[in-house]
Design a protein around this ligand. Structure first.
Ligand SMILES: [Zn+2]
Length: 412
């Protein structure tokens, strides 16, 4: 059995090391402090008996658990990230352990009256009776994704200590800077050498994801003409009014606040404007590739129409693709999802297969040649003070990793 105390000890050890990443930085890792945990993880991987433990000059960690069977089976990988989001402080994390949670409000911080309440976070109820790890209300927890690291290392240790469980070669990868969108950027897929992998970076128990958004960003620039307002008739062009026309011409209900499930959107997230120039910044999201392309075309067409209408180039648009739906790369190898689903079922976990309304490192990795669905790591309320993780979910995730290894070894 995987010990609860070992999981807690390991997890607490990781989250008390500050590894916040920084989008303003141009280095990798983006913050020097990520080395602190990275170097410790390397030592730990060696200590538990992993082979070929490497860390490169950008702090990407890889390690191998050799096969313990004599026939060829696919090499699989498990990946997580050790940085935490810059959205909320991850310095001086003081985890609180709530044994046999009673289903009531959890006072995170008495002095500041910060309460984690099931009235607001309904997911809490399902963990009644379990052991929760929470923050003290002043920082995030860092279960995203130190829960994933805890689970992967614990699973490897378990497999090493229980050689009667038969498995093929397993690769482990830990990355910096996932939270600033760069976790996959310097990931050496060839060196990793796995046939497929899983990111252990999902949220609640049972989550299994292999679909995510197609994503692009658009910057719209509108040029106006400033003239003294008293003498502007027929001369002034107010860029803000033209920008408003652009905004209002896009479907108003296809925005984040009106969409869910597989519905895509245009999201206007910034406007800055004066008479002379207005800049609009959008993100475009859609699971369906054709719809995604149609959204980008719609914006381009609208831009052209406004230019025609004004008889000069008043508006320009620059659209850049950001990432794509991994479904395109995973569907041809659907057995990698099936194995994970089967592993969960054998462990009495109800698989929650749903499309991510966002992206994961796995989506980039899938397009780099490493198909990579995402599995739950157990945490909730990521990126803030209400983040928590049930220890039982971390144990289950650890068991899922072992079970996937076992099932893969049974495959021809
Ligand atoms: Zn994460």
């Amino acid at each position: 059995m995987i010990s609860k105390q070992d999981i807690i000890k390991r997890f607490v050890g990781y989250v008390t090391v500050d590894t916040e990443s920084d989008p303003e930085s141009t280095t990798t890792p983006s913050t020097a402090k990520q080395w602190d945990l990275a170097n410790a993880l390397v030592e730990e991987l060696k200590a538990i008996g992993m082979q070929d433990v490497t860390i490169d000059d950008k702090a990407y960690i890889m390690a191998t658990l050799p096969s313990n069977i004599d026939h060829e089976v696919p090499t699989i990988g498990f990946i997580s990230h050790f940085d935490t989001t810059p959205d909320f402080t991850g310095k001086d994390v003081k985890p609180q352990i709530i044994d046999s949670y009673d289903g009531k409000d959890i006072v995170l911080n008495e002095a500041e009256n910060i309460v984690l309440s099931p009235d607001y976070f309904e997911d809490l109820i399902q963990y009644k009776g379990q052991t929760l790890i929470t923050t003290d209300g002043t920082t995030l927890l860092g279960a995203d994704d130190k829960a994933g690291i805890t689970e992967i290392i614990s699973a490897m240790e378990y497999l090493i200590q229980n050689p009667e469980i038969k498995h093929g070669k397993i690769r482990v990868g830990f990355t910096p800077d996932e939270e600033i969108g760069r976790g996959a950027h310097h990931f050496d897929v060839e060196k990793f050498g796995a046939d497929w992998a899983y990111t252990m970076d999902g949220s609640q128990i049972g989550e299994l994801e292999y679909e995510n958004f197609n994503a692009a960003g658009a910057v719209v620039k509108v040029k106006g003409k400033i003239v003294h307002p008293g003498y502007a008739k027929g001369k002034m062009i107010n860029s803000m009014y033209i920008a408003t026309e652009f905004i209002n011409s896009l479907p108003r209900m296809e925005t984040p606040e009106h969409t869910e499930g597989y519905e895509g959107f245009f999201h206007l997230y910034s406007i800055s404007g004066e008479v002379e120039e207005t800049v609009l910044q959008y993100i475009i999201r859609d699971h369906d590739r054709e719809h995604f392309e149609a959204r980008k075309e719609m914006m381009q067409k609208l831009t052209n129409e406004l230019n025609t209408q004004y008889g000069r180039e008043v508006i320009s648009i620059e659209i850049k693709d950001q990432y794509f739906n991994m479904k395109e790369k995973v569907e041809p190898v659907m057995h990698i999802v099936d194995i994970a689903e089967e592993a969960m079922k054998q462990l009495d976990i109800k698989p929650l297969i749903k499309a991510i309304r966002g992206g994961t490192d796995g989506s980039q990795l899938s397009y780099m040649g490493l198909p990579c669905p995402n599995i739950f790591a157990g945490g909730h309320n990521f990126h803030g003070r209400y983040e928590y993780v049930p220890v039982e979910s971390m144990i289950k995730a650890t068991e899922v990793i072992c079970k996937i290894a076992e099932l893969t070894a049974l495959k021809k």
